[in-house]
Ligand binder design. Structure first.
Ligand code: NAP
Ligand code: MG
Length: 455
């Protein structure tokens, strides 16, 4: 079966990919098991050289790759370029630490000498969402490949094209084709086939909490290592001593970048009563200045939502939540063949409304006023999510209180959402298990073996 790919700015078809069946997933994984025997024995530094070369090819080809990403994902071209450059940076980071993979030794005892070695695991699975498809693929394949594993990647149904192009860049750089395979297809057929396959040793999934829960039930729990990067409902807390201009800019970028479809987007804004009127005023002006349109057109800074399901979902959540709330701006679909939704600010929201309790994956920002920081932190913590959070303040006491008391995997002070390749990334509570990015990710793709030599 073929799966059509559409441009979300026009809903015109731009390509099609095949759907990998369960049998095809099985035979691809067998091929990757064969590839593992050679790739796992290569010196890590030699594996790193392939990633360096791939990063160089991707940087050279970034304009073309960014155009493909914009055409299938919808994001503005400058954001797509940032993402492609991010892919290269992640591959370079893992290339640079290839030679550091090693175990440790313990002091000699009556038992003799003991030390550990670290070995790759085998075939890994990577299931990718559509919001940052290129970057999230790099987060998974970078550490997997450099540590000597082989990988099967399942792109999201709506954004397979950039993932295919990135794989081609890796092959051009000298990566054997039996080290990385792209298995396009739907979650229900191809995704399920990967999750159920008993030859996968590590599965890394990024997507919604619901799909993550389904996947945890399908895998061979006794054998597989599972990394889950799930949804978030990140709070942004603006204290009365914050730099208001910076915080307004942070809220606009934090909420509207990628049309609000980022796991660590600002999804709930808490602002101190004392500065709330001024803050909301400036935020309204900045929000209404966003230029909405096809991401391929220069000057656009807010593209369409990636898919119609997401558009309708946002529209429904807003309609269900605004009866007693106040719309500052937006709150409507825009008249267009594409999946456009007006950037939206809403205040005076009931605490149990869907806007504050569910993950809002689009350009809609609920704003809540608070009187003191304890109250704000209490509200920030009052969801099942715990991915990212930020506090905006010039008072170190406020910052350290938030650092200690907000339950999240990532906490920013005076910024939101940027993640360099060196730092660990992942969630607390229902937002996930394990960490990606940084050195931590490497450990999740390695088995540590203890060796004891009798005296
Ligand atoms: P999704 O529906 O959970 O899909 C994610 C991936 O899983 C897609 O490739 C999807 O395939 C696949 N899939 C769906 N059902 C499956 C199943 N039963 N078995 C195996 N695979 C299956 O999520 P999404 O709607 O694409 O992405 C948005 C969500 O991801 C949001 O909740 C967001 O917060 C979260 N997210 C989290 C992070 C993070 O790092 N924490 C990053 C990005 C996004 P199809 O596309 O073919 O259905
Ligand atoms: Mg989906």
């Amino acid at each position: 079966m073929a799966i059509d790919v559409f441009n979300p700015a026009s809903n015109e078809k731009i390509g099609e990919v095949k759907e990998f069946t369960e049998d095809e997933v099985g035979s691809t994984i067998e091929r990757l098991q064969d590839g593992f025997s050679e790739w796992s024995k290569r010196r890590p530094a030699s594996r790193g050289m392939v990633l360096y070369k791939a990063a160089e090819i991707i940087r050279t080809d970034q304009n073309r790759l960014a155009s493909i990403l914009t055409s299938e994902q919808g994001k503005p071209y400058f954001e797509a370029r940032n993402e492609i450059q991010g892919v290269a940076a992640v591959l370079e980071f893992y290339a640079s630490i290839a030679g550091t993979i090693c175990g440790h030794t313990t002091p000699k005892s009556d038992y003799g000498y003991a030390f550990t070695n670290k070995y790759p695991m085998g075939v890994c699975g990577a299931i990718i969402p559509w919001n940052m498809p290129a970057l999230i693929m790099a987060w998974k394949i970078g550490p997997a490949i450099v540590s000597g594993n082989t990988v099967i990647v399942k792109p999201a149904e709506t954004t397979p094209l950039t993932n295919i192009e990135i794989a081609k860049a890796l092959y051009s750089a000298g990566l054997p084709e039996d080290v990385l395979a792209i298995a396009t297809g739907s979650g229900n057929i191809t995704g399920v086939a990967i999750a159920r396959n008993r030859n996968i040793r590590h599965l890394s999934f990024t997507g919604s909490v619901e799909t993550g829960e389904r996947i945890s039930k399908m895998v061979d729990a006794g054998k597989i290592r599972l990394t889950l990067e799930l949804g978030g409902s990140d709070p942004m807390i603006v204290c009365d001593d914050a730099d208001i201009d910076k915080a307004v800019a942070g809220a606009v970028a934090g909420r509207f970048y990628n049309c609000g479809q980022i796991c660590t987007a600002v999804k709930r804004l808490f602002v101190a009563d004392k500065v709330a009127d001024a803050f909301i005023d400036r935020l309204k002006t900045a929000t209404e200045q966003l230029r909405i349109g096809d991401g391929a057109v220069e000057g656009t800074n807010l593209g369409p939502l990636n898919n119609i399901k997401g558009l309708n979902n946002i529209d429904r959540i807003v309609k269900d939540s605004i009866c007693s709330a106040k719309v500052i701006t937006g709150a409507k679909k825009l008249n267009s063949p594409g999946n456009f939704y007006a950037p939206t600010l809403i205040t005076d929201i009931e605490p149990d409304s869907r806007l504050l309790t569910e993950e809002v994956f689009g350009p809609v920002l609920p704003i809540v006023r608070f009187e003191n920081l304890d109250e704000a932190i209490g509200m920030a913590n009052s969801t099942r999510f715990g991915l990212g959070a930020s506090i905006w303040t010039n008072d170190i006491r406020n910052a350290s209180k938030a650092i200690d008391e907000i339950r999240s995997g990532i906490l920013w002070v005076n910024r939101h959402s940027r993640i360099p390749p060196e730092v660990p990334f992942g969630g607390d509570k229902n937002s996930g298990i394990g960490r990606e990015n940084g050195l931590n990710a490497l450990e999740q793709y390695l088995i540590e073996k203890t060796i004891i030599i009798a005296p």
